[in-house]
Design a protein. Structure first.
Length: 255
């Protein structure tokens, strides 16, 4: 049914990079962005596709009742919270069932990014939110991909997509861009948490905002409702197609 799962040899190096000094600093910044962009989002279900241990605190702080992880491959160890196994371009979720979806660097490791976004649009409820993180090749971070010893390592081994290209795909699907934040204006040889980098980050956001190495997009699914939304939302409790199976509880066992 699908041809492009997140294979372990692609996704695992990215998780290992998040545990490095540089990766941990980037993950901390990304987590702050996700927490802030989810602050005013409510509902029943939040699904993170391409599960990463680095976003647990940000998701726990959200006001959405149930948080589900959907890794690209079956997890080999314990994960925090319930999880279900599926693939990004064929989500095993009912249409119009999810209030928010988090895509942290999922498009970089797929040959079918538009199929993934189409699936996200399908499962989101009207006014549901997508938060998408990506690395932009049009940046100092992107220049590292030209150096052969680096381009084979995570995260530079992914297929980086331009932020404007991703925004165009989202608009084609009827997803309206609400926010596009950019960061990582410093080259990756400089610590993002350093004082010198803080000055460059401030100047970058002010004078060359299109050249940040990281972008975080929040988009909303706009649908002209034919019936009032309140009865639709209050009666919605099914997450999986058919409603016969609930997500597998893993890790902490909390649903």
């Amino acid at each position: 049914m699908t041809t492009d799962p997140l294979q372990p040899d692609q996704s695992d190096p990215l998780q290992a990079w998040y545990r490095s000094a540089l990766g941990a600093e980037v993950a901390s910044h990304e987590g702050d962005c996700v927490r802030r962009l989810l602050a005013n989002t409510f509902g029943y279900y939040l699904v993170q596709v391409g599960a990463s241990e680095r976003f647990g605190e940000a998701l726990t702080a959200s006001r959405i009742r149930h948080r589900v992880l959907l890794p690209g491959t079956p997890p080999t160890g314990a994960v925090q919270g319930p999880s279900i196994v599926g693939e990004p371009d064929a989500l095993p979720l009912a249409s119009d069932s999810i209030d928010a979806v988090l895509l942290p660097h999922v498009l970089e490791y797929s040959d079918r990014p538009r199929a993934i976004l189409a699936e996200v649009e399908r499962v989101l409820i009207p006014e549901g939110r997508l938060i998408l993180l990506g690395f932009d090749p049009l940046s100092l971070w992107g220049l590292g991909r030209l150096w052969r010893p680096v381009c084979r390592r995570a995260p530079w081994n992914g297929r980086w997509r331009l932020a404007v290209q991703v925004e165009h795909w989202l608009n084609e699907l009827g997803l309206e861009i609400e926010v596009c934040e950019r960061a990582l204006f410093c080259p990756p040889i400089v610590s993002p948490a350093g004082a010198r980098c803080a000055t460059i980050e401030s100047l970058g956001r002010r004078f060359w905002p299109l050249f940040g190495g990281l972008y975080v997009i929040r988009a909303v699914k706009r649908v002209a409702p034919l019936t009032p939304l309140k009865p639709y939302r209050t009666s919605r409790h099914t997450l999986l197609p058919g409603g016969a199976v609930r997500p597998t509880t893993r890790g902490t066992g909390h649903v």
